[in-house]
Design a protein around this ligand. Structure first.
Ligand code: FAD
Length: 525
C-alpha cells in the first residue's frame, strides 16, 4: 500500500529524488551528494529514517558544499533507475563528487548508525576533491598557515576571522568552517596544535580552542562555555554583523523596500529579557486588526474567542490597566446570553468604554524584542509566540489561576486555546496549517502543565528549523535552535558528537525566562 510508505516528506531538510530528477541533479552538480537509496518496505530503512533526517538537519547549512538526498527504490517509477545504479540492498549509501559525469554511479560507503561518523565521513568526502573539481561554494578545509593568521593582528578588515586550534584528527574546526559557510561577515580557519610558537603567542594551552580576530583589529580567545562544535558555531552566528547570506530573490526584496518606509528608531534591548511592549502590541494588533476583520463571532469562533480571552485574562502577567481590561471584557462576554456577537461591540468596549475607567490597551505598535531590521519582518508573529510561551509558563507556575473557568482541569487548556486561535483567526493560513499538523501529531501526549511548556518550546524550534534561510527570516535575527548557548549553557550537551538538549535545564530556563520577574516594562507608554 502507498499509505505509510513515504518515509520522507517535503518538510524534511533533504532532497527527495526520483528517476526523473536523479541524473539531472547529479550531472555536473556544483555540490557533492550523499544519497540514501532505500526501500519503503525495508524495516531497517524505516528505523534508520529518523537518523537520516537528523543528519540532514544537522548539516543543512553545508548545502552549498554537500547535500543529502533520498531515493525510494520500492516506488515503481524508480525500479529502472535503481537497477541502473546497481542497488542490490537497502539501504545503500552512495557518495557522489561535485561535477560528476552522467555515467557516475557513485561510491558505496558502509552505513553507520552514528551520525557523528557519517558527518566526519562527509568532511573526508569533501576533502577528496581536487583543486579542479572542488565544490564552488565550499570554503577551504585544510589547515591555515599560522603566519597568515598572525598577520591579522591589528589589521582592520570588514569581517571577523575565527581560528579553531586543534589536533590534526579533530573534526571540530572543519565542522565549524562548514557550519558558517552560509553566513557573511565571518571566515573560519583551522590551525593545528603542532604550531607551538603560534599557540604560545596566543596564549593557548588546551585544544580545541577558538581565537577571534575582530574587524577593528583587536583579538582575543573566544569565550564559550564548552569547547564543542555547537558552542563555537552558535557563538559566531550571533556576532553583531554576522548574517545569513541571502539568495538573489531575498536581495531583490530588500532593495524594493529600502528607503521608502519611515525609519523607526532602533530600540536597544536585551535578548535575555521578555518585553511587555511586545506582548501589549501583539494584543493590540490581535484585538483591533486581526479579529476586527471578522464582522460577527458565532458558534465555534465565538467559543474560541471566549476561551482565548479567559486564558489571557487569567494568566497574562500584564500591567493592571491591561489585565483589568481583559477581565472586564471576559465578564461582559460571559454575561452575554448571545449566540452571536457583532465584533464592533467588542471593539467599542476595547476602544472607548474602558478608556473612561482607566483600563487601556496601548494603541501603538511598539516592537522591542520583536523589532525587525525591516518593517515587514518579525513583529506580530514574534509577539504571538512570546505571548503563548508566557501563558504556558504562567499556567505551570500558577496552576490555580484558571479555577472556576471551566478550563481548570485541563493541562492542555492554553495549548488548545492557542491551537484554535491560530486555526480560526491567525492571518497566516499556511502557518495555521503547519501548526495544526504538529498539534494533531503529538499534542495528545502532553499530560502535565510542565510538558505543555516543553511541547510549545519543541514545536517552536521545529518551526525555526524549517524556516531557517526562508524569505521571512530577518537576516539580523537568524532562526536558530533556542535558547542559544549564550542564554543557557546548561541546556546544551553533546552525546556521541551530536547536539542534545538537557530538557530539565530547558524547562527551568523557560520558567525563568517567561516568568513575570523577567518581563521588562521598558518602552511601554
Ligand atoms: P520567532 O520565531 O517569532 O520567535 C520569537 C521569540 O521567541 C524569539 O526572538 C526568541 O526570543 C523566542 N524563541 C525562539 N524560539 C523559541 C522556542 N523554541 N521556545 C521558546 N521561545 C523561543 N512563518 C512562516 O513563514 N511559515 C510558517 O509556517 C509559520 N508558522 C507559524 C506558526 C505559528 C503558530 C506562529 C505563531 C508563527 C508562525 N510563523 C511562520 C512565523 C514565524 O514562526 C516567526 O514568528 C516569524 O518569522 C518572526 O520570527 P522571529 O525571528 O521574530 O522569531
Amino acid at each position: 500500500g502507498v499509505r505509510g510508505a513515504r518515509l520522507y516528506s517535503e518538510e524534511d531538510p533533504l532532497t527527495i529524488l526520483t528517476s526523473d530528477t536523479l541524473k539531472e541533479t547529479l550531472r555536473n552538480s556544483s555540490t557533492a551528494w550523499l544519497i540514501q537509496f532505500y526501500s519503503s518496505w525495508c524495516g531497517h530503512c524505516i528505523q534508520y529514517s529518523p537518523t537520516w533526517k537528523a543528519l540532514a538537519g544537522d548539516v543543512k547549512d553545508w548545502e552549498q558544499a554537500i547535500r543529502i538526498g533520498v531515493l525510494d527504490c520500492a516506488h515503481e517509477k524508480n525500479f529502472e533507475i535503481c537497477k541502473e545504479f546497481g542497488i542490490h540492498f537497502y539501504p545503500t549509501f552512495r557518495y557522489f563528487k561535485a561535477h560528476s559525469s552522467s555515467s557516475d554511479i557513485g561510491k558505496t560507503y558502509r552505513a553507520d548508525r552514528e551520525l557523528q561518523t557519517v558527518r566526519q565521513l562527509m568532511v573526508n568526502f569533501l576533502q577528496n576533491h581536487t583543486r579542479d573539481d572542488w565544490p564552488a561554494g565550499c570554503p577551504p578545509l585544510e589547515p591555515a598557515r599560522s603566519a597568515d593568521i598572525l598577520s591579522l593582528m591589528g589589521l582592520k578588515t570588514d569581517h571577523y576571522t575565527a581560528v579553531i586550534i586543534e589536533d590534526e584528527d579533530s573534526y571540530v574546526g572543519r565542522e565549524v568552517i562548514l557550519d558558517l559557510m552560509a553566513y557573511d561577515g565571518v571566515i573560519v580557519r583551522r590551525v593545528l596544535n603542532t604550531e607551538r610558537t603560534f599557540m604560545e603567542k596566543l596564549g593557548i594551552s588546551s585544544v580545541p580552542a577558538a581565537y577571534l580576530f575582530r574587524p577593528n583589529g583587536t583579538h582575543k580567545l573566544m569565550d564559550v562555555q564548552k569547547s564543542l562544535r555547537f558552542f563555537f558555531s552558535s557563538f559566531l552566528k550571533l556576532l553583531p554583523g554576522v548574517r545569513r547570506k541571502q539568495g538573489p530573490s531575498a536581495l531583490e526584496n530588500a532593495g524594493g523596500s529600502r528607503g521608502q518606509d519611515s525609519v523607526e528608531v532602533w530600540k536597544e534591548f536585551d535578548k535575555s529579557k521578555v518585553y511587555m511592549a511586545d506582548m501589549e502590541s501583539g494584543l493590540h494588533y490581535l484585538f483591533r486588526v486581526e479579529l476586527a476583520s471578522h464582522q460577527t463571532l458565532e458558534g465555534e469562533e465565538l467559543k474560541t474567542f471566549k476561551d482565548f480571552v479567559t486564558v489571557v485574562a487569567k494568566l497574562f502577567p500584564g500591567r493592571q490597566s491591561v489585565v483589568k481590561l481583559l477581565e472586564t471584557l471576559l465578564e461582559w462576554l460571559v454575561s452575554l446570553p448571545l449566540e452571536r456577537i457583532p465584533y464592533d461591540a467588542i471593539l467599542d468596549l476595547v476602544n472607548n468604554k474602558m478608556r473612561i475607567s482607566g483600563m487601556f490597551l496601548s494603541e501603538k505598535l511598539q516592537w522591542v524584542g520583536c523589532q525587525g531590521s525591516r518593517p515587514e519582518l518579525r513583529g506580530y508573529p514574534c509577539s504571538l509566540w512570546t505571548l503563548f510561551h508566557t501563558l504556558t509558563v504562567q499556567a505551570s507556575l500558577r496552576p490555580d489561576a484558571l479555577a472556576n473557568t471551566g478550563l481548570e482541569e485541563d493541562p492542555l487548556a492554553v495549548l488548545q486555546t492557542m491551537r484554535r486561535y491560530i486555526r480560526s483567526f491567525f492571518g497566516c493560513r499556511e502557518c495555521g496549517q503547519h501548526f495544526e499538523a504538529m498539534a494533531k501529531e503529538s499534542l495528545e501526549q502532553v499530560k502535565s502543565l510542565d510538558e505543555a511548556v516543553l511541547w510549545l518550546w519543541r514545536k517552536h524550534n521545529q518551526v525555526n528549523s524549517r524556516l531557517a534561510g526562508a524569505l521571512s527570516e530577518d537576516p539580523h535575527f537568524p532562526k536558530t535552535q533556542w535558547p542559544t548557548p549564550d542564554l543557557c549553557p546548561a541546556c546544551h550537551e553533546e552525546q556521541e558528537g551530536l547536539h542534545v538538549w538537557n530538557e530539565n535545564k530547558v524547562l527551568a530556563f523557560l520558567k525563568q525566562h517567561y516568568s513575570s520577574g523577567n518581563i521588562s516594562p521598558k518602552y511601554t507608554s
